[in-house]
Design a protein around this ligand. Structure first.
Ligand code: ADP
Ligand code: MG
Length: 240
């Protein structure tokens, strides 16, 4: 066993009478591809926002390598993020979008240029430097968002349904790219989806969310072969 890397320790989040997340507890290993799978409203995004520092839990703690992250502001958490839409700055070019996290960190120009070039190679968008987001397909835009999220080498990457707006062919193409990037960079990934097929295809382990709690955590094979709740059995087995 490797020692815990990222720990979600009993977090809870209420919105008035709604308990969005209740006592969620999960340990993620360094370099792991962990997916939060569950239906709409089950608390996946809320958990991710709390990890990102965009939301605060009403109880519980999150720790990276043993240190609590709760008092660390989002821009200092070293966590990259990719969300479903509207992630790129429409008035900036592809190169400027990817460079942005390094510009705000005041890195030297030569380093920025080299890094942007390397990232666009990683997501296979060399030659697209001067385009504006509106001149690119949805799939290409998501690859730019991925390049921008990874450009400052965050050890952790959060993705909230990044492919759900895309058609099946593009989705499969980018799933393949995400897997390759995960293998090439060793980044720890927390990925949110409501699509069980996508979860099974991408993940080292899957945490199945239901009504604000994690019902079961395991590899796709474990969940499929030995579901411990009726909900997991129905959700994993039920393909669309
Ligand atoms: P998921 O990402 O799994 O679809 P969410 O984490 O977005 O689920 O939401 C979990 C529950 O919390 C839902 O019932 C949702 O309506 C509620 N919720 C989430 N964010 C807010 C908010 N800002 N204000 C009020 N209720 C919220
Ligand atoms: Mg969500």
């Amino acid at each position: 066993m490797t020692e815990p890397y990222l720990e979600i320790d009993g977090i809870r989040r209420e919105f008035g009478p709604v308990v969005a997340v209740e006592a969620v507890r999960l340990t993620i290993q360094r370099g792991e591809f962990m997916t939060f799978l569950g239906p709409s409203g089950s608390g996946k995004s809320t958990t991710l926002y709390i990890l990102a520092g965009l939301d605060v839990p009403t109880a519980g703690d999150i720790r990276l390598e043993g240190r609590s992250l709760l008092s660390t502001p989002p821009q200092h958490r070293q966590i990259g993020m990719v969300f479903q839409r509207y992630t790129l700055f429409p008035h900036l070019t592809v190169a400027e979008n990817v460079a942005f996290p390094l510009v705000v960190r005041r890195r030297p120009r030569a380093e920025i240029d080299a890094k942007v070039k390397a990232m666009l190679r990683l997501v296979r968008l060399e030659g697209f430097e001067d385009r504006k987001p509106a001149q690119m397909s949805g799939g290409q835009q998501q690859r730019v968002a991925l390049a921008r999220a990874l450009v400052y080498d965050p050890p952790v990457l959060l993705m909230d349904e990044p492919l759900s707006a895309l058609d099946k062919k593009l989705r499969e193409e980018i799933q393949f790219e995400i897997r390759r990037i995960h293998q090439e960079t060793g980044v720890t990934i927390l990925y949110v989806t409501h699509d069980q097929e996508e979860a099974l295809r991408l993940s080292d382990r899957i945490a199945v969310f239901s009504k604000g709690v994690i019902d079961q955590v395991g590899t796709g094979e474990e969940l499929y072969a030995h579901p411990t709740t009726r909900f997991v059995a129905g959700f994993i087995g039920d393909s669309d």
